[in-house]
Design a protein around this ligand. Structure first.
Ligand SMILES: C[S@@+](CC[C@H](N)C(=O)[O-])C[C@H]1O[C@@H](n2cnc3c(N)ncnc32)[C@H](O)[C@@H]1O
Ligand code: SF4
Length: 413
């Protein structure tokens, strides 16, 4: 049986954290996520917390950096008053929405204030997401000079008809230009791909993978298209205007991705993420790894989620509600939950099984008395590496990665 639901608390208006947040904090690393909730247009498949100019209801893009800096000041006070030790940030990630909708100076202003408040670890990773449509050489050079180390482009596909179905605004020719400019600026590069757009063939997907590899980025994410309720894409599928993604074809596409990426020198390190890695080099995203290893992060901005020591909270979603709270020095947190020990262990199972570093069999057994029986089944079915499993670590095989969710369901049943 799955464990109890997290204990839900109202988020207090002063944002102070319960004692659990500070327990063993020195053993966890600290990271910052900054949510920039603006896009020029909304892609038909996307349900991220993002707003186009007509949806802003009075909220101002030009005041956004100053508003977000108020949350940074508040967070520094809250962490200190809640008894958390001061920890330098190991990574900062600007996501969205489209962070590059803001002037580079705004992103650098936010980063600088974060560094003033918390300090930065040597070699910290500072990433921004970007839409290939709205960055140029000057912008990227300014970001690099302002402390950014890495950029992640929403490429999605290299096939014009697929980009059209996804309602992307860029064309495939844009990618070599912006990735090249980012490299010239001295930034590490990553591209996001999506597979499974209605009408996308296996051959289309091969074209996109080969185009992504030809860009020679340091990192590639490949996400299976999720048809999110309430999106335009969901409506188009429901009304029969577009076909539903086919599960078998999706599995073929995952296998093709893994094969081509592996031959090109990219190793998977999480089910949807591949990076170049050697003794001298590690292009895995330190920020994403911090999420999957349940470290501590403060999520700044509208709708952003935070996690400190098993205490999770999330901000009000709309930028105008967010700035309204901060203008009166109230915490922008809308809700909060404090996870009990069992729920924290279950979350670790859910996240760590997706990692190439693996999930400890002891952890699985501590949550489920039938885990040993399930693990024997996984080995027999070729879903986990047998030798590693015997040594106490569950590492998914390619077949296992395709069925990761069902393995988790069994381990948590
Ligand atoms: C915030 S966007 C990246 C930056 C920029 N907004 C862009 O799209 O170019 C984050 C990534 O999430 C992925 N994504 C968004 N919605 C998705 C969905 N419904 N299914 C799968 N991937 C999705 C896309 O690959 C996208 O690049
Ligand atoms: S995928 Fe990116 S550009 Fe498209 S709506 Fe979502 S956040 Fe905006």
């Amino acid at each position: 049986m799955a464990g109890p639901l997290p204990i839900a608390d109202p988020a207090p208006s002063d944002g102070l954290l319960p004692q659990q947040a500070s327990e063993a904090a020195a053993e966890r690393s600290f990271h910052a996520y900054v949510h920039i909730p603006f896009c020029r247009v909304r892609c038909g498949y996307c349900d991220f917390n993002t707003y186009t100019a007509t949806e802003l209801e009075g909220a101002s893009q030009s005041d956004f950096a100053a508003t977000l800096i108020r949350e940074i000041e508040l967070s520094s006070k809250i962490l200190e008053e809640s008894g958390l030790p001061k920890r330098a940030m190991k990574s900062v990630f600007f996501g969205g929405g489209t962070p590059t909708q803001l002037p580079a100076a705004d992103l650098i202003g936010i980063l600088t204030r974060l560094i003033d408040a918390f300090g930065l670890d040597d070699g910290a990773e500072i990433t921004t997401e970007a839409n290939p449509d709205n960055v140029g050489v000057d912008y990227l050079t300014t970001l690099k000079a302002g402390g950014f180390t890495r950029i992640s482009f929403g490429m999605q596909s290299a096939v014009p008809s697929v980009l059209k179905t996804l309602e992307r605004t860029h064309n495939p020719e844009k990618l070599p230009l912006v990735v090249g400019a980012a490299k010239t600026a001295g930034l590490e590069t990553s591209v996001d791909l999506i597979y499974g757009a209605p009408g996308e063939t296996l051959e289309d997907w091969r074209v996109s993978l080969e185009a992504a590899i030809a860009l020679e980025p340091d990192h590639i994410s490949a996400y299976s298209l999720i048809v999110e309720d309430g999106t335009k894409l969901a409506r188009q599928i429901k009304s029969g205007l577009l076909p539903e993604p086919d599960e078998d074809l999706q599995a073929d596409k995952y296998e093709l991705a893994d094969g081509l990426l592996k031959s090109a020198g990219f190793d998977w390190y999480e089910v949807s993420n591949w990076a170049r890695r050697s003794e001298l080099l590690d292009n895995r995203s330190a920020h994403n790894i911090s999420y999957w290893q349940s470290q501590d992060w403060w999520g700044y901005g509208p709708g952003a989620h935070s996690h400190i020591g098993g205490v999770r909270w999330w901000n009000v979603k709309h930028p105008s509600a967010y700035s309204g709270k901060l203008a009166t020095d109230f915490s922008p947190a809308a809700g909060r939950e404090t996870l009990d020990e069992r729920t924290r262990l279950e979350e670790r199972i859910l996240l760590e099984i997706r990692l190439a570093s693996g999930l400890s069999t002891d952890l699985a057994k501590s949550v489920n008395p039938d885990a040993a029986k399930h693990i024997a089944g996984f080995i027999a079915d070729g879903l986990v590496d047998a030798a590693e499993a015997i040594r106490g670590n569950l590492i998914l095989t390619l077949k296992g990665r395709l069925l990761a969710d069902s393995l988790v369901r069994k381990l948590l049943a």
